[in-house]
Design a protein around this ligand. Structure first.
Ligand code: PEP
Length: 265
């Protein structure tokens, strides 16, 4: 486990749910489990932009973190449709950058991801940077160089001092939303690589401070197989985080794993 932190269970709701009332129901459905296990697990919810303010009110005094799924690096100006990290900082503690869906559907480059990560940290947010290889990279055994390059690029505008605000989520693209989750050994090796790249780029202290998550078809049945890995500081969930019961079970399992297993490498 990264120095001085709890494991993180992050819920990326993506473009769901469609109404504010459903978003509120989902929040109410997960806060009890989060509150019960808050000494052992840090929980953060990432709703779509329009629900952030309402969810922020519901999360007051719950100990559950709130984050956005993306941000833009400029602070303000003529950038129609964009939301800056500065704007989010009033409501959110967190922001996700570099999710593979942003990279694929919105053509975000490694440089865009690096600028967003730096803007998030500069605005005072904790930033989850997503990295992960495509199916073709995985099939050819190219995960390590692909992920290494993504991590190095994402850190380009960050310093060692920023590392306590940094989380890197390893999300193999072929595992996202497909039900094909990665073998724990593959996840273990890649998360170890990520920490090594951070050590090489920002130093050993930074590598000890960052948290590294696994994401990709994580659910209540398999979350333990990742969180039990000594390289893993938590998980980023998508589909499973839209089901309050399932996500609540995941919170309980993560609490159990970290409560009983020494998780240092
Ligand atoms: C994600 O989008 O970050 C994710 C991990 O999705 P899923 O759990 O649905 O694969």
């Amino acid at each position: 486990m990264a120095e001085g932190t709890r494991p993180l269970l992050a819920a990326n709701w993506k473009m769901n749910p469609v109404t504010a009332a459903e978003a509120a129901d989902l929040v109410r459905g997960v806060t009890e489990a989060a509150r019960q296990h808050q000494d052992r697990v840090e929980v953060a919810l990432f709703p779509p932009f329009p629900w952030l303010l309402g969810v922020a009110e519901l999360l007051e005094e719950t100990g559950v973190g709130l984050g956005a799924q993306d941000c833009y690096w400029e602070e303000k100006g003529a950038f129609t449709g964009a939301v800056s990290a500065q704007m989010l900082a009033g409501w959110c503690q967190w922001v996700i950058v570099g999710h593979s869906e942003r990279r694929a559907y919105f053509h975000e480059s490694d440089e865009d991801v690096a600028r967003k990560a730096a803007a998030g940290v500069a605005a005072g947010l904790d930033v989850i940077v997503c990295v992960g290889e495509l199916d073709e990279h995985y099939e050819r055994g190219h995960t390590e160089p692909v992920v290494t390059a993504q991590v190095k690029a994402a850190l380009a505008h960050l310093s060692a001092d920023d590392s306590s605000h940094l989380v890197i989520a390893y999300e193999p693209v072929w595992a996202i939303g497909t039900g094909k989750n990665a073998e724990p050994e593959h996840a273990y090796n890649t998360m170890r690589t990520i920490r090594r790249v951070v050590a090489d780029t920002l130093g050993d202290g930074a590598a000890r401070r960052i948290r590294v998550l696994y994401g990709g078809s994580v659910n209540a049945a398999n979350v333990e197989s990742y969180t039990a890995l000594p390289t893993c500081d938590g998980c980023l969930g998508g589909g499973a985080s839209l089901k309050a019961d399932e996500f609540s079970k995941m919170v309980g399992t993560v609490a159990e794993v970290y409560g009983h297993t020494p998780a240092s490498p």
